[in-house]
Ligand binder design. Sequence first.
Ligand code: BG6
Length: 513
Amino acid sequence: MTEAAQANAAAPAGAAPAPPCTLVIFGASGDLTKRLLMPALCNLTNEGLLDPGFRVLGVDAVEHDDAGFRSHLDDALRTIAVAPGAEGKVAEGTAWPWLAERIHYLSGDFGSPATYEAIGKAIERLSAVSSHKVVFYYATSPRFFGPITEQLHAAGLLDESADNWRRVIIEKPFGTDLESARALNARLLRVAEEHQLYRMDHFLGKETVQNIMVLRFANGLFEPLWNREHIEHVQITAAEAVTVEARGKFYDATGALRDMVPNHMFQLLAMMAMEAPNSFDADPIRTEKAKVIEAIRRYTPEEAVANAVRAQYGAGSVQGRKVDAYRSDPNVDPASKTETYVAMKFLIDNWRWSGVPFYVRTGKAMTTRSTEIAIQFKRAPAVLFRDARGELKPNVMVFRIQPNEGVSLRFAAKVPGRRVTLSDVDMDFRYSDYFRTEPSTGYETLIYDCLIGDNTLFQRADNVEAGWAAVQPMLDGWASGLGDVDTYDAGSAGPASADALLARDGFRWLPLD
Ligand code: BG6
């Protein structure tokens, strides 16, 4: 694509290309860079959102020169384009050649000051076009987050001046519990300013997650019902059909709770339950999100374990594919007690939500992939329908985050005929019926937002800490030996104990379909 054509390529409504800058990727030869970052940069190029002065500097221990690194990415992008399930992640177009010539590489050890000296020189060289604006992206193992930041600081690479900003994108996991998250925040904030830190939670890059706020606050219809008077309970589900795949080593040290709950699941909960912010600016939104997560009831470890279920998948079959038990994965301890599924009941102790249970479940190797929020409203009084046939059921509103993105509302209708018979019907909105969506990895918005300095969709220090504080009692309870690890068949909807968790309160999980 020529530069002029690139600049003219269709950009999403109102979006201008980001200013010229250099994106320095630590961990450039790793999986994240080729699987998500490069496809996302290709898609941004196709959308005309990168400036001709945009440059990438990959940094990693692996030896490459610029040409070798480009060809490594080129191979990877070809594989990604044909990988099963990857369709649609990279838009058709001529973005890659345009991007490839802007990609450079530097081999170096993240622990050595010489690497940072070399990065400084490379930035100087590339800054002839990228004007000293730099984003450092940590696509590395979390143990490097602190040391890299300190080295960047020591080399003066985090110093900002007038127009020349320095920003840092930090991948998850951000800590492994409350104490380590606090310690990491303190360590980073000793050498960097909060406004420079962009803590990533890729769920916030999903259109459907962002749409929850629009649906709630741009419509007069829902907000009056959005409280304990009308809502009986909320179910938040992130079911995955995939197993732990090649990530057994990471996963066995992490588990479903740490991997998904204080970050992704709480993003969904916060979007659903937060108060209206004073404006759509970054800090008012992040403040409201922190407030609602901080209002989650702090259980004692005993209460936490009583309100949580953890389980591991056994052997089974997922969508016709045979799956071995979690413990027989070669990268997993055969006696592992790490959970691949978790279900929990949370209570939010604030005026709006007092007494409304929020049930959260997430797991691997389940029957299907489905991420959604289901809001169950209180039933209408049954007086008029005592003699009617059919059951009077509660209204349920479902936000389908993925797949089949959309929103549906279930209500009762009369079955045509001489007698009054009730039946459930669904009003269904599907994104694909109304909007044309560009292929996306979910990282495009987040990278673009960082390049333009908008940190609304990134986590502030207090957001991260509030999430960990809410799940810490579960971690403490389990660590002290309380609670069993149940099992569920791969390909099922989860363990029976998760059904019992809701049945105790008179509810049932919505079926996974
Ligand atoms: C990641 C977790 O953060 O999110 C993975 O580490 C999980 O275990 C993934 O599979 C889910 O994200 P998505 O976008 O595929 O729903």
